[in-house]
Design a protein around this ligand. Structure first.
Ligand SMILES: O=c1ccn([C@@H]2O[C@H](COP(=O)(O)O)[C@@H](O)[C@H]2O)c(=O)[nH]1
Length: 306
């Protein structure tokens, strides 16, 4: 079994990309040619519409990304049919050779976390290669994910400094002994990441660090050297390619950058008639935007795309 940190780094090298495209399908923004009358309110037709859209997206972005990142909420809205669309999406992404990162942000008491870890990192229908984990319950909440990932050759990204505007309300709390809560967690994650470092210097234990907080990323990197960063916030949340510099190591590695809306809905930039675009036009707009994002991120990493 190959080491997950190595697998992710090698896949990024092979495809010369650090881009991850988020699969956050919102029926309201899917053009009619793909939505085929599916109703965003009642969920009628949701399974087919979500899967059809994701298939177009995956085909358009596959050559530009190291992984796709389904955001669970967009599937859970529609209950069983949404989850079936997720299962089909994961199978399809894998058939195209892509890694799958379930953005589920789970974490619970020990036995429940163990069940979540099995659901997302095991062999079941919604299992992928990586999962995001909420550490708020403490170590018995996140350890089952880390132990499962270590045993299964998969990856975990623990929320550390998230991209949203209010992330500082709790994550930046000052501790009695000095320093902020997120730095304390960074130190703890380094201890755990160091248990399983691969040949390229990175662990299967990663951390979510928002692209909207480059200064904090610089500080976190000093304490957390062995974790690959998952960097959301680039694109629709205002994170620029330039601000991504501190997230990468001197080789231009050690981080993967996710973007969802800016790529998924790139075709909406054509104006009001986006809803009547053909499948070919939708696919072209998504593919071109993914290619642009890959190139912009590669420029910051000191790489030229293939
Ligand atoms: O700190 C975080 C953690 C996760 N997310 C998720 O990433 C995508 C971002 O979507 P964009 O359209 O690229 O803004 C979304 O699924 C979030 O739930 C995050 O934004 N920040």
């Amino acid at each position: 079994m190959s080491h997950f940190g190595d697998r992710l780094i090698e896949e990024g090298r092979r495809k010369r990309t650090a881009l991850v495209v988020g699969l956050d399908p919102d029926l309201r923004f899917i053009p009619e040619a793909i939505r085929q009358g599916a109703d965003p309110e009642t969920g009628e037709g949701a399974e087919e519409a979500i899967f059809a859209f994701n298939r177009v997206v995956i085909d358009a972005v596959a050559e530009h990304v190291v992984a796709v990142k389904p955001q669970l909420a967009y599937y859970e809205i529609y209950g069983a049919s949404g989850i079936t669309a997720l299962e089909r999406t994961i199978r399809y992404a894998r058939s195209k050779g892509l890694l799958v990162l379930n953005d589920a942000k789970r974490g619970d008491i020990g036995p429940t976390s163990a069940a979540y870890a099995r659901a997302f990192l095991g062999d079941g229908p919604i299992a992928g290669d990586m999962v995001t984990v909420n550490p708020f319950l403490g170590s018995d909440g996140y350890m089952p994910f880390i132990e499962t990932a270590e045993a299964a050759g998969k990856g975990v990204f623990v929320l550390l400094k998230t991209s949203n505007p209010s992330s500082g309300e709790l994550q930046d709390l000052k501790l009695d002994g000095g320093g902020m809560l997120y730095m304390k967690l960074a130190e703890e994650l380094e201890r755990l990441a160091a248990r399983s470092i691969g040949l390229h210097g990175y662990s299967c234990v990663g951390a979510v660090v928002g692209g909207t907080y480059p200064e904090e990323a610089r500080a976190i990197r000093t304490a957390l050297k062995s974790a690959i960063f998952l960097v959301p916030g680039y694109g629709a949340q205002g994170g620029s390619a330039d601000s991504l510099r501190p997230f990468f190591d001197a080789r231009g590695e050690g981080a993967i950058v996710s973007s969802s809306r800016a790529i998924l809905y790139a075709y909406r930039n054509v104006g009001e008639h986006w809803s009547s675009l053909s499948e070919a036009e939708i696919s072209r707009a998504i593919g071109e935007e993914a290619s642009r994002a890959k190139d912009a991120i590669n420029a910051v990493r000191g790489l030229r795309s293939q």
